[in-house]
Design a protein around this ligand. Structure first.
Ligand SMILES: C[S@@+](CC[C@H](N)C(=O)[O-])C[C@H]1O[C@@H](n2cnc3c(N)ncnc32)[C@H](O)[C@@H]1O
Length: 336
């Protein structure tokens, strides 16, 4: 009784079926937009050789999420809302997204992962958020790669770099390749599959170096493949190896406790590229990319280093990322 009112307590079991029934009406702005996107993506997808791609990227500002397909799963990332947005409203909108997704995509709710992404900086960016240890194998252009959709903020595979990986693969044949800030080594795998003579993979994190090794094993790659767990900035200073192709994709910012100083790609890219250039064989190429919005490459400094610059950002943004074409910038720097 609630005062004089008689009350009933009823427990319902929510499962894929009764969620679907409700979502089935699908007369909702988000659901309609997603259906439109899926239809539009279909012909493009037929020509792609991957089971990982983006299907929605904050197309409607009030549904401020990115949604990626990883094989039979979906990863929903919530962009941090601007401070002006009513948090209760944002929460309701997110619930709508999660409610309609199974019905529109056919992916059961338990295979939909939600990640709340705020503007994280430095070490926070790569910290564990879970410990399930669940990983799955996905594929892309002939490479198999492990992803983990639950334990970290990132999955192990940056989908916006799909074309970049292909470019590196095409440039790698017969060359000694160095991959700096390698993360899980997906670019290294691409280089190895492209016929690189050797591939050296450097990252500060043990977890990611081991993940990169596992990715090589998964692709049955045996050869002159080297893995180094080290701070790239320190490692480069004392390093005398020479390479024909160097891929560099540093974080925008970092203040990791493993580093002596902070890192800011805008402030520090010239110092980094000066060190990287020292490791380049004559006629060698650097592919330099980063995700800093509004990043400006110091062209004068590149000229002083004898590096010719080609901005390949536009060519390396896949169609499924076209809505946010500033997601990364990418340059080919050639020793002239
Ligand atoms: C690929 S980079 C950054 C990716 C993307 N460009 C971004 O901004 O998020 C991420 C990787 O850099 C590594 N990392 C960060 N600082 C590093 C350093 N000083 N030396 C080596 N690896 C580093 C991290 O462990 C992580 O695997």
């Amino acid at each position: 009784m609630n005062g004089k009112l008689e009350c009933k307590l009823v427990n319902y079991q929510l499962d894929a079926n009764n969620c679907q029934q409700f979502g089935d009406s699908q007369d909702n702005d988000f659901a309609n937009r997603l259906k439109k996107n899926l239809k539009k993506l279909k012909p493009w997808l037929k020509k792609q050789d991957t089971n990982c791609y983006r299907i929605y990227d904050a197309d409607l500002p009030e549904y401020n999420v990115a949604i990626d397909v990883y094989d039979d799963c979906l990863v929903v990332q919530e962009y941090a809302p601007p401070k002006t947005i009513d948090t209760e409203k944002a929460r309701r909108r997110l619930q709508e997204v999660l409610l309609y997704l199974p019905a529109v995509t056919g992916v059961p709710a338990k295979q939909i992962m939600l990640k709340v992404r705020e503007q994280k900086k430095g070490k926070q960016q790569y910290e564990k958020v879970n410990t399930t240890g669940n990983r799955k194998v996905v594929w892309e252009n002939g490479a198999k790669l492990y992803v983990n959709l639950t334990d970290y903020l990132d999955t192990g595979l940056f989908l916006d770099h799909r074309i970049t990986r292909q470019k590196v693969r095409q440039m790698a044949k017969g060359r000694d390749v160095l991959n700096l800030f390698s993360y899980t080594g997906s670019v290294s795998v691409a280089a190895a599959l492209g016929g690189a003579r050797s591939v050296t993979t450097v990252d500060m994190s043990n977890t990611y170096i081991n993940w990169a090794k596992d990715n090589f094993k998964l692709n049955k790659l045996n050869g002159a493949y080297h893995f180094v767990q080290s701070d790239c900035l320190q490692w480069l200073v004392g390093h005398n190896g020479k390479y024909d192709l160097i891929f560099v994709d540093p974080p925008s910012f970092s203040n990791s406790k493993r580093m002596d100083t902070t890192w800011d790609v805008q402030r520090d890219h010239v110092i980094l590229l000066t060190q990287v250039r020292r490791c380049l064989n004559p006629g060698g190429t650097i592919v330099f990319s980063n995700n800093k919005r509004g990043f400006k490459l110091d062209h004068d400094a590149m000229a002083e280093l004898g590096l010719a610059v080609e901005n390949i950002s536009a060519q390396t943004i896949p169609q499924d990322f076209a809505r946010h074409s500033n997601i990364h910038q990418c340059y080919v720097l050639t020793l002239s």
